[in-house]
Design a protein around this ligand. Structure first.
Ligand code: XIL
Length: 324
């Protein structure tokens, strides 16, 4: 049945990353979002650099808009992301705070943001991308120089979020986690440490920016390994590249569309075989191929999502349905 919607068939939320500018200016985008998705994530507008305009000023407009839009259209909101080394505003970095002042300000930020949307934003990526490939602690230029024990700082960030909204589901989010066993072990160790110390964590977000060359057996093995710790699992940023060697001559043929559909089907089917209690959401990183971040960050001839640039359902969409 080609009329069935992924959001209606799935027993978990089906999400998409969105930007308010598209929602306001493109009615087809808005309609496609409402018709196919039951959850939304802000692609950019809930990041620290977007919200935290200056020490005593927050830019809530886009966040309010998205939260109201979701409520009006019966969608859930996944908050992304409170603490990410890449998204600290420059005014804050330029203050050169010591670790005590830095953490106090981050605590205020978390408390204000999570508090404002308490009961409306039901889940948060509290911390994003803190491990290097292979599982070492990321040597970023914001957190690493300040904290001898960054994991302790991250644990306290989860606690600050929990304290202000005890009902919000709290996630750690990262990329490559199902294909990089070192990173996966680092995440498992972090979760164990949180549990020993009493810091809250409800789930793991696995980003899933993969492509046709990513080995499906490796993905499934890694996903099962990570889900074995029993937390909620979120496929948080799904998109599938097919123009993996960035060719200017690439054509998204029917055969390639079918290959992509099979990949979507296998990933959804893998997710769907989780115990019900660990299911949370699969979220694609965008609504339409037309506005995918990969067009600028990867290659302009890329077609990674479920809807084409005219908002028609791709073979990948049918693959998603078949995986359910
Ligand atoms: C990307 C967005 O897609 C871009 O529009 C933005 O400019 C930069 O961030 N991992 C994440 C996401 O956790 O927040 C990133 O999103 C993609 C990689």
């Amino acid at each position: 049945d080609t009329d069935i919607s992924i959001k209606d068939k799935a027993t978990f939320k089906v999400g998409a990353a969105v930007k308010t500018s598209y929602l306001k200016n493109d009615a087809d985008y808005k309609d496609a979002l409402i018709a196919n998705f039951s959850q939304l994530t802000a692609e950019f507008e809930m990041k620290m650099e977007s919200i935290w305009a200056s020490e005593n000023n927050y830019n809530w407009d886009a966040v309010d808009y998205l939260v109201d839009f979701a409520q009006d259209n019966n969608m859930e909101v996944h908050g992304h992301t409170l603490v990410w080394y890449r998204s600290f505003p420059s005014w804050f970095k330029n203050q050169n705070n010591d670790s005590i002042a830095f953490e106090a300000k981050v605590k205020t930020y978390i408390t204000d943001v999570v508090g404002r949307y308490k009961g409306k934003i039901k889940s948060w990526d509290v911390v994003n991308e803190v491990f290097e490939d292979g599982g070492g602690m990321r040597n970023d230029d914001v957190i690493a120089p300040l904290f001898n024990d960054p994991i302790g700082f991250y644990g306290r960030c989860f606690q600050y979020a929990r304290d202000v909204d005890p009902d919000a589901k709290l996630f750690y989010n990262d990329y490559s986690v199902v294909i990089d066993s070192g990173k996966r072990n680092a995440i498992k160790d972090m979760v164990t440490r949180f549990q020993e110390k009493g810091y809250p964590i409800d789930g793991i977000g696995a980003q899933f920016h993969y492509g046709k060359s990513t080995n499906m057996g490796t993905i499934i093995e890694g996903f099962n390994d990570l889900s074995s710790i029993g937390l909620l699992m979120h496929i948080s940023e799904l998109d599938i590249k097919m123009n993996t060697n960035k060719s200017d001559l690439f054509v998204f043929s029917n055969a390639i569309a079918q290959e992509q559909s099979d990949i979507y089907k296998e990933i959804v089917s893998m997710y769907n075989s989780l115990p019900e209690s660990q299911k949370f959401a699969i979220s694609t990183w965008g609504v339409t191929d037309n506005y995918s971040w990969l067009l600028t960050e990867w290659h302009p001839k890329e077609y990674p999502l479920l809807l084409d640039s005219n908002y028609n359902k791709k073979k990948a969409y049918q693959g998603f349905i078949l995986g359910l």
